[in-house]
Design a protein around this ligand. Structure first.
Ligand code: FES
Ligand code: MG
Length: 575
């Protein structure tokens, strides 16, 4: 009898009887003693009619099961929550921790020797990795893979960088009703995750960089046969890991692997959301992500991947150019190649086997980078005492050093009501400020940080403005956008003290974001602020748990009680 089926046999105070009952019930499904005698590999099922990104999950599950059985294990598929970016109210981020808790508890509750998590749509991989990091059972991550690209009028389309761009053109009146409807059917032409370097692609690449997913599993397009074979291979590996008992996430998630993940995130021009998720994952282990160390890495690690929204290409092109292993080969000395992976060896083995594709232009070399320094910078200042983030690789260079007048919106509702008002007093050099868009304020830190350009400025051809908030932004967006201002305005952060007409200075080179209002006036405003009672939406249930325990962006927006204790001082950090 596998130790898997025996796991947790204490419920009746009689282990023998508990196992007898467990076997009696599982035999109702037709299993033989021979099947039940094998190591068990649990496989999460996140297929859902509400989650088209996971449309290939059933095929991946079948392939993973086959792999587990070919290697002598018994696969057991179980459902967990599934979250799709567009079908999760109020935001998918609000539900990420719920999915992490669900996944963690179902892995703990049910007998298994190893687990495979299959996910991809934005918050799902972070939730699953947070879960497996906490459980620490041998685990393999299978991303569902990116969509293939769409085409319209001879142009290549990507979800959802072009969703925003073309909707903007429709708002500005250059694309009519008929054409925008046609575009709507072409932006997401297959199952799989958004095929630009958004959060889903970023987290899949991070799963590979952390060593939790097999080589190439981040980039193979979702509909390709190769993805099915990777799922089969992942099943084989999981069964082998179930038998040998390792490696476990704690063997893979080390200071070196977190540092590697941060360098890869900078090098791919990754989503700003990736930093929040990586922070949350690290906090499930004794490791920590240090924002200043992340910024320092970004000053030396180059951007090498030419992908939308920072560059030109899409995930399938990255894949055909050699994927994450080829990127890691180019990054070479920037990485610690002794880090271990679920494939059984180290990143050095992965890099040695990487394909060199002649003539490809998607993965650049260190001597010919897209940008000589990383994609993201951490800002601090009197507006963001605990930090803020800017993805300068996707910003307008002319706006990176900018001082302007603040136009303040006190909530997302206030912004949507007034932004297109022809009477709104706003000029292209102004700075748009959104308050109450953070984890507690909105709630769930929605991707509202990409404030739309006011219609009347769009009509004048204005394409970008400095926009600042405590919200997040889609990894697929482009613009000079300061995000994740911490602490958030709804938690007493200074962003809540900004008034329309104040002046704000963005100094990206100096890594500062400052409100140019004197301290006495700020103290007056602070004293006049009413303490905020628990809002109506947070009176009961998960909403209350979320409101009362969610951490700020610099701590990964996890719930305070889900973190692991940090390493004692002197044992090194992930930065
Ligand atoms: Fe699922 Fe973009 S909507 S990854
Ligand atoms: Mg997204």
């Amino acid at each position: 009898m596998s130790k898997g089926l025996r796991k947790g046999l204490t419920s009746y105070g009689d282990a023998g009887f508990s196992l007898f009952l467990r076997k009696a019930f599982i035999k109702a499904a037709g299993y033989s003693d021979d099947a039940l005698d094998r190591p068990i590999v649990g496989i999460t099922n996140t297929a859902s009619d509400y989650n088209p990104c996971h449309g290939n999950a059933p095929a991946l599950i079948e392939a993973a099961k086959r792999g587990v059985m070919l290697a002598g294990g018994l696969p057991m598929v179980f459902p967990t929550i599934s979250i799709h970016e567009s079908f999760a109210h109020p935001t998918s981020m609000y539900l990420r921790n719920l999915m992490a808790m669900d996944t963690e508890e179902m892995i703990r509750a049910q007998p298994m020797d190893a687990v495979i998590v299959i996910g991809g749509c934005d918050k799902t991989l972070p939730a699953q990795i947070m879960a497996v990091a906490s459980v620490d059972l041998p685990s393999v991550v299978i991303p569902v893979g990116p969509m293939v690209v769409g085409h319209h009028k001879g142009e290549v389309l990507g979800a959802c960088t072009d969703c925003r761009r073309l909707w903007g053109a429709h708002r500005a009146g250059t694309i009519d009703e008929d054409e925008i409807e046609r575009v709507n059917g072409r932006l997401a032409p297959s199952v799989g995750t958004c095929m630009v370097m958004g959060t889903a692609s970023t987290m899949a690449c991070i799963a590979e960089a952390l060593g939790l997913a097999l080589p190439m599993s981040a980039t193979v397009p979702a509909p390709h046969a190769e993805r099915i074979r990777i799922a089969e291979q992942s099943g084989r590996r999981a069964a082998a890991m179930a038998m040998s008992g390792g490696p476990r996430p704690s063997d893979l998630l080390t200071p070196a692997s977190f540092r590697n993940a941060q360098i890869v995130m900078q090098a791919i021009g990754g989503s700003t959301n990736g930093l929040i998720h990586l922070t949350a994952i690290a906090n499930r282990t004794p490791n920590r992500i240090d924002l200043d160390a992340f910024d320092a890495l970004g000053r030396t690690a180059p951007v090498l991947i030419d992908l939308k929204p920072s560059g030109e290409h899409y995930m399938e092109h990255f894949h055909h150019a050699g994927g994450v292993p080829a990127l890691m080969r180019r990054l070479g000395d920037h990485l610690d190649l002794d880090a271990r992976t679920v494939a059984g060896g180290t990143l050095r083995d992965v890099v040695a086997a990487a394909e060199e594709v002649p003539g490809q232009t998607v993965i650049r070399s260190g001597t010919d980078p897209i940008k000589p320094v990383g994609a993201m910078a951490v800002l601090r200042g009197n507006l963001a005492p605990r930090g803020a983030l800017i993805k300068h690789s996707a910003a307008s260079p002319s706006l990176l050093q900018h001082t302007g007048r603040a136009i303040v919106f006190t909530s997302i509702l206030d912004m949507t009501t007034r932004i297109d008002d022809p009477e709104l007093d706003v000029a292209p050099e102004d700075i748009l400020v959104l308050q109450n868009g953070g984890p507690k304020g909105a709630p769930g830190m929605p991707e509202a940080g990409y404030l739309p350009i006011p219609k009347k400025l769009l009509a004048r051809g204005v394409k970008d403005m400095v926009r600042i908030s405590d919200a997040r932004m889609s990894g697929t967006a482009f613009g000079t956008i300061v995000l994740h201002i911490t602490p958030e305005s709804a938690d007493g952060g200074p962003l809540g003290l900004v008034r329309t007409g104040d002046r704000i200075r963005l100094d990206t080179a100096g890594r500062r974001i400052d409100l140019l209002v004197d301290e006495a006036e700020l103290a007056r405003r602070r004293a006049a602020q009413e303490p905020t009672p628990r809002p109506v939406w947070a009176e009961r249930g998960y909403a209350r748990l979320f409101h009362d325990t969610v951490l700020q962006a610099d701590e990964g927006c996890d719930f305070a009680f889900l973190r692991a204790a940090p390493k004692p001082p002197g044992e090194g950090s992930a930065g």
